[in-house]
Write a protein that binds this ligand. Sequence first.
Ligand SMILES: *[C@@H]1O[C@H](CO)[C@@H](O)[C@H](O)[C@H]1NC(C)=O
Ligand SMILES: *[C@@H]1O[C@H](CO)[C@@H](O)[C@H](O)[C@H]1NC(C)=O
Length: 289
Amino acid sequence: MKYKLNKFRFLLLSHLFFLFNKVLCGDRELPSPPDCGSIHSITKRVIGGTYSRSNEFPWMVLLEYQKGVNMQNGCGGVLINKQFVLTAVHCLNNKHLGQLISVKLGVHNQLYNGTRMRVERTILHEDFHENDNGILFNDIALLRLENNIDYSSSIYPICMPFMTDYYQAPELGTNFTVAGWGETQMYYSSKRLRKVIVPFVSRRACKKLFYRKYGTFIPSTNICAGGEEGRDSCYGDSGGPLMRKIRNYWLLEGIISYGDTDQCATEMPTVHAYVSKYKYWIVEHIRNG
Ligand SMILES: *[C@@H]1O[C@H](CO)[C@@H](O)[C@H](O)[C@H]1NC(C)=O
Ligand SMILES: *[C@@H]1O[C@H](CO)[C@@H](O)[C@H](O)[C@H]1NC(C)=O
């Protein structure tokens, strides 16, 4: 009898805890497939299963800065749930860009001008640093939006690799996709969303190239891709996503951090924050941030 009572109490407590968690975290949870990484299912029904090309990457976000009296775009980001965007720290602490004010969602759809949402809080990785050669470490940051976003055909989150049970780390031969408006600090930007397929580059090969040119070390929290002429993520946006499609769902593998400083699409790969290595940082800061 006593045992039963305890068991009941346990069930009750765990149920309360579950409810509490739901209320507390609710929209702060990260989605897993099929609730991310593809077009919103409502759209599929409406347009009969065909995707509008302009809605191909509905998690792409543009960052908007205030500099003096002007507003300007300067970096990309990626929507990961109803309230949070992942981007790069170097997009947030850069005087040339100005003060981050808001993000624009849904702009990849050219028939739609996008939805502006103010950024309520920025959470920079505590161990971010930049060495003397301009090489960045732990270049990953979260933006908390002022209000929850309503998902639509043009606004929808990408999947985090650690929210699937079938994820396998990329290897030689893996291809990724990078999309963006080219809103980097270094390159001329295009107004049209472009995408490019980039190959995985092993850390060993990447380390070698960067060591030779910059005498610098690439830690395991980075993932490299690109390094082929005409196929590089410098066509993407700083802070934007390195994406990989597995089983029809797009996963976020990396956040674009830096590349070769002088040129685009050379033999030098682009270096990204390796998202799956930041699982605990991301989950904890979403819960508490
Ligand atoms: C988008 O903005 C342009 C220019 O401000 C305007 O002419 C157009 O009607 C807008 N389109 C939509 C769908 O809101
Ligand atoms: C990756 O892309 C290259 C170049 O387009 C292609 O030759 C290769 O087959 C692709 N690899 C995979 C696994 O799809």
